[in-house]
Design a binder for this molecule. Structure first.
Ligand SMILES: [Zn+2]
Length: 328
């Protein structure tokens, strides 16, 4: 975020200024103290890249979270929405962005409008897929802009990933425990939004998206940045034999990804680690990947969690958009 970067600059500069304008013993001590604090804060910043918690951003009517790594690129807008500030009730309370979960459509439309207005993005630019836990990634051109924004019937069918190099299209996925993944290649100006639950993870949608970016846009994997958003974490995400078996089939050795728990036949599925591994195996640099480490089940008051809400839940949205290219 620009404001965050600006705040850091002010903090750092204020330290240097103190050191530069004074010459007494006391000021020297202060200068060393400032340099020490600066070094500590610098190392905290660089360590915070992977993994990190996301940055909360308070908007007019709601709060969204942003990734620190993607926030460094002013030419894109991205966000992960929260439950705050909407008009839906009960398990959809309050900012449910999903038409497909049993909420009142009018309320969902209002919620999307509230979110879009708060972000300063026209709702007509929001573009969605009818997600089905696949590894399919659709390429979105100018004509695809706005599909699914007002009605789920015209969203991209049978697709869990959207990718584009066209400006002013806000690609969105909707989740409540599954992993939302945002990708950006700043060299070739390509973005993607992916929905990766356990099925999408096992079907390797993250790998498919990277390879599609390489094939269709000439991207190089080492230039791609990724953010893995709030989702069911390894603290909570228990699965049964069926999921464990599928994961073994897909990943081969899954020592760190599917971890047996004491109770027989139960496992923890670490979908953060699994998707991190898929991305690095595809050539994305580990230090280009930010894992939010926010567990939706632990923080279900802030983010929708299908499990925490007993299987009936709203959806929050992760979105990414290339801003209009400025003409010089
Ligand atoms: Zn948890």
């Amino acid at each position: 975020m620009a404001w965050l970067a600006a705040k850091r600059d002010v903090d750092v500069n204020s330290c240097h200024n103190v050191g530069a304008i004074t010459h007494s013993k006391v000021s020297k001590r202060m200068m060393f103290a400032c340099i020490f604090i600066y070094l500590i804060s610098s190392s905290t910043v660089s360590q915070a890249i992977i993994p990190a918690s996301m940055i909360p951003v308070e908007l007019n009517d709601t709060t969204v979270f942003t990734f620190e790594n993607l926030s460094r690129f002013p030419e894109i807008t991205h966000f992960v929405s929260t439950r705050k500030g909407g008009v839906s009730e009960k398990n959809f309370s309050s900012l449910n962005t999903g038409f497909h979960v049993g909420d009142d459509n009018f309320r969902v439309s209002q919620n999307r409008r509230i979110l879009a207005d708060s972000l300063g993005i026209a709702l007509e630019k929001f573009t969605f897929a009818n997600q089905c836990h696949s590894a399919n990634v659709a390429l979105v051109d100018g004509a695809g802009k706005g599909r699914g924004a007002f009605d789920k019937t015209d969203a991209f069918p049978n697709t869990d990933g959207l990718m584009t190099s066209v400006s002013e299209i806000c690609l969105g996925v909707q989740v409540a425990d599954c992993v939302p993944i945002l990708l950006y290649d700043p060299k070739n100006r390509v973005i993607a939004a992916l929905h990766a639950g356990w099925k999408g993870t096992i079907r390797k949608i993250a790998s498919e998206a990277v390879s599609k970016m390489l094939r269709h846009y000439g991207s190089r994997a080492e230039n791609i940045y990724a953010g893995l958003g709030p989702s069911n974490g390894p603290c909570c995400y228990e699965v049964g034999e069926d999921v464990s078996r599928e994961a073994v089939k897909s990943f081969g050795s899954v020592k760190d990804i599917v971890i047996p728990v004491r109770e027989k036949g139960k496992y923890i599925f670490d979908q953060w680690k699994a998707n991190f591994m898929l991305l690095t195996d595809a050539g994305v640099k580990p230090d280009h990947i930010e894992v939010s480490k926010i567990c939706t089940q632990c923080r279900s008051e802030q983010f929708f969690s299908n499990r925490a809400l007993g299987g009936v839940s709203g959806r929050f949205m992760a979105g990414i958009m290339l801003k209009k290219v400025r003409q010089h």
